[in-house]
Design a protein around this ligand. Structure first.
Ligand code: NAD
Length: 480
């Protein structure tokens, strides 16, 4: 089998530093995960490229910060318009590099990112008067930080880049964006689209491997790192940032529980639970990763999930019939396979899946897998698989299910499903998570702060708090 498309070697062969295009000595291949073969290559930035990127971003900062909010909004709106014109091309690139089905790439990521960019562009971070008296005027305001480093993973390459870029630029900072080495193309295309909209140096996209991320963390000219990725890397970012007391926002992993109450409307929630767990082939931070189902409805719900899952085709995302794609990279594939092998070794029962993908599927495919009531201490429950593998767990007692749901080092999201929403609220109060959804999951909004408890992160994105995270607070006091 051949990948649908191979991009010409020259297509993404340069980095834009200010208004100069430069080549890198070492190209880096980009793999189409549906086939496991390279279909493009991108430059691999070295420390010299980073040095130049920081220089142009610092130059640009002086002018960009001086613009009004309305002027910066107009630039971001123009970028959103340009992205909308390039929607189909961006969606193609996303599917080719990430693996997700083409319609999800277009609607769930490109359109979403464009809407998000517009939403943040309309926000304002207003100062306020803290004291106004005969003797004293005290005012609180915000000052941009300078050059910020934005480091993102491979599961939602465009959406997560925009989640960071939009508030960073609106608050007057300039940005260096580092996409994952696995999914660099949509970010490079974004830089091209922005080329004649944003002044040179306001946005620089640097592609490179993990070392580039660490150089950014260590660079004294970068004032803040906003990072999304694993908790293990998040720790390295925080350690490195300490040298220069760099600001950090960390959006890390999760092992989100969903609790289904005995009165849940199963017809309504089965599709939502399925997509909450298996959308993007399970590769999302706030995906449902442990499903706790009340004993009274356990068998009925598990059967319904199995039946639903059987109706969802998986394969190359460029084929419109497919609603689920492969895992994004070989490392992730090996990790998920390892967890499945562990399930098999422990003699756990697969209600569905668990087997290896059909031999004709050359890419990183793992069939949708439901594990029937594994022990709480099994790897499939304790670890974040980040793949299409869901442990379904029985419970009878509500106090007990809250304890089990909280029994994780993570605390990103959680969801509760039931008709008695007042009761669900009482459980929600007791869950240790940054966001708890009731009868829905993974809904975000530009005005709703999003962040993790415990190992799931530090700080928040979105909302007024998310904007403020890209600024220094400044107090001005005037004696009268
Ligand atoms: P990762 O931590 O391996 O990599 C993320 C990014 O960090 C990549 O761009 C990578 O090149 C870079 N990086 C690697 N080492 C670095 C270092 N030492 N210093 C600086 N940067 C470095 O994560 P991943 O495997 O790409 O992504 C999967 C993880 O991301 C999962 O745990 C998932 O839950 C998490 N995630 C969290 C959120 C959220 O909002 N909380 C969203 C999506 C994904």
């Amino acid at each position: 089998m051949k990948p649908h498309r191979i991009l010409p070697e020259e297509r993404f062969s340069t980095l834009l530093l200010g208004d100069v295009r430069v080549r890198a000595a070492r190209p880096q291949p980009v793999i189409n995960p549906a086939y496991g073969t390279a279909f493009a290559s991108v430059p691999q930035a070295d420390p010299e490229h980073l040095e130049r990127a920081v220089g142009v971003a610092q130059d640009a900062f002086r002018r960009w910060r001086a613009l009004s909010w309305e002027e910066r909004q107009a630039h971001l709106e123009a970028l959103a318009d340009r992205m909308a014109q390039a929607r189909d091309e961006l969606a193609d690139l996303l599917t080719l590099e990430q693996g997700k089905p083409r319609h999800s790439a277009a609607i769930g990521e490109v359109d979403y990112a464009i809407g998000w960019l517009r939403g943040i562009a309309g926000q304002r971070l207003n100062g306020r008067v803290l004291e106004e008296s005969l003797h004293h005027h005290v005012e609180q305001s915000y000052a941009p930080l300078g050059v910020v480093g934005l480091i993102v993973p491979w599961n939602f390459p465009l959406c997560l880049a925009i989640w960071k870029l939009a508030p960073a630029l609106m608050t007057g900072n300039t940005a260096i964006l580092k996409p994952s080495p696995y999914t660099p193309l949509t970010a490079l295309r974004l830089a091209e689209l922005a080329e004649d909209i944003l002044p040179p140096g306001v946005l620089t996209v640097l592609t490179g491997d993990d070392a580039l991320g660490q150089w950014m963390v260590d660079h004294p000219g970068i004032a803040k790192i906003s990072f999304t990725g694993s908790a293990a890397t998040g720790r390295k970012v925080m350690t490195g940032a300490a040298t220069h007391l760099k600001r950090v926002t960390l959006e890390l992993g999760g092992n989100d529980p969903a609790i289904v109450l005995p009165d849940a409307d199963l017809d309504a929630c089965v599709p939502q639970l399925f997509w909450g767990a298996f959308g993007n082939s399970g590769q999302w931070c706030v995906g449902i990763k442990r499903l706790y189902v009340h004993d009274d409805i356990y068998s009925q719900l598990l059967d319904a999930l199995v039946a639903y899952a059987r109706s969802v085709p998986m394969g190359d995302g460029m084929d419109p019939v497919n609603q689920l794609g492969p895992l994004q990279n070989a490392r992730q594939y090996a990790k998920v396979r390892d967890i499945l092998d562990d399930c098999a070794r422990q003699g756990l029962r697969f209600a569905l899946g668990g087997e290896r993908a059909a031999p004709d599927q050359a890419g990183y495919f793992v069939p949708v897998t439901l594990v029937d009531d594994p022990p709480d201490d099994s790897r499939v429950v304790v670890e974040e698989a980040f793949g299409p593998v869901l442990p379904v767990l029985r419970y009878r007692d509500f106090d007990d299910v809250v304890r089990r749901a909280n029994d994780t080092e993570y605390g990103l999201g959680a969801s509760i499903w039931g008709r008695d929403t007042a009761f669900a609220q009482t459980l929600a109060e007791r869950l240790e998570a940054g966001t708890v959804w009731i009868n829905e999951v993974y809904v975000h909004g530009v005005d709703f702060p999003f962040g993790g408890h415990k190992l799931s992160g530090l700080g928040v994105e979105h909302g007024a708090e998310g904007l403020a995270a890209y600024a220094n607070l400044k107090i001005r006091m005037t004696a009268r």
